[in-house]
Design a binder for this molecule. Sequence first.
Ligand code: FUB
Length: 353
Amino acid sequence: AMSIQVFAQKENSNTEPYPFGNPVIKHMYTADASPHVMPDGRVWMVTSVDLDEGGGYSTMHSYHTFSSADMRNWTDHGEVFSIEDIAPNENPKVDDYALWAPDMVYRNGKYYLYYPVHIRHRQDLQDNGRPKVTTYIAVAVSNSPDQKFTVLKDKIEGTRGIDPSIFVDDDDEVYLYWGSHWVAKLKDNMFELATEPVKLEYGEKNFMEAPWMHKRKGKYYFNYHTKYGKPVSKENPDNIDREKSRLDYSWGDSPMGPLSYGGILNYELGYGVNEGPKYMDYDYVPWRLTQSNHGGVVTYHGKDYLFYHTSALSSWRQDCFVEEGTWTQRSVCVDEIRYNEDGSVRPVQQTVS
Ligand code: FUB
């Protein structure tokens, strides 16, 4: 059985001791968790799947769903969708399909799985010699979140980009977010835009990907993966990217903006905000490098939980920390979000336990 070594932390902005057992999924690699409370009263998440052996983003070919009633113990409901479901007859020598960050929501008796279609056209090259890439959002449907989904609409017209996420407001309006902070309302049929897409104004210029909206006490919180940081190179292992896995948030009074910048939502394991090493002895923390992140927030029994991912598990297993494999051998983690009196967010430090 796999287990993760525990490194004691001196202090932490989250709950103590770490109640979630991060990463929460240890028998396989998962990323891009999208959590929602479903009618059975459990939290369900759909996740991307990274291969055991890694291999890069083009090897992401399926989604799993998981459910939990305590955020720590998760049931794996297995594969609910795969590349076979969208491109059964494709000749892989022509196009490469990949399944990146999805979302799954319940609506009017059915479950809807939003996924980005990501196609690399091997024979249609850009000027730089690399294959052209096409991306857009599509949706599949199922009667149950642990059953196979079938394609409902193979392209949602008006979308271009990756990372779809759904937010249902208290007035029952449904919003789809995707790509570079695009947002539009969805029609009742869940596969057509009801409004023209708009670029959400969020008060900063550090958006990279992974838009997600949640609401608390009438305020809208929009979180995203930032583009701060430098690349890590094998040749220069000291050139460590301190903020590659950082999530920020912006907030305001409308799900379509405008919003203003709020601050950091999630920062890398072991780092204090803007202060460099703080809690740990870095000679002994091999998993500090997380090459990506992707946030999802769910409110459950009155508390808000942030889902994110790290490379803690794969780094530990490989006993290495500048290994490209870990870029796509990621693991979903959960921590509670705490707020200040004025509603601003206390940054959540990534944990492992
Ligand atoms: O997991 C594949 C891609 O990496 C996602 O779509 C992005 O958000 C990033 O997590």
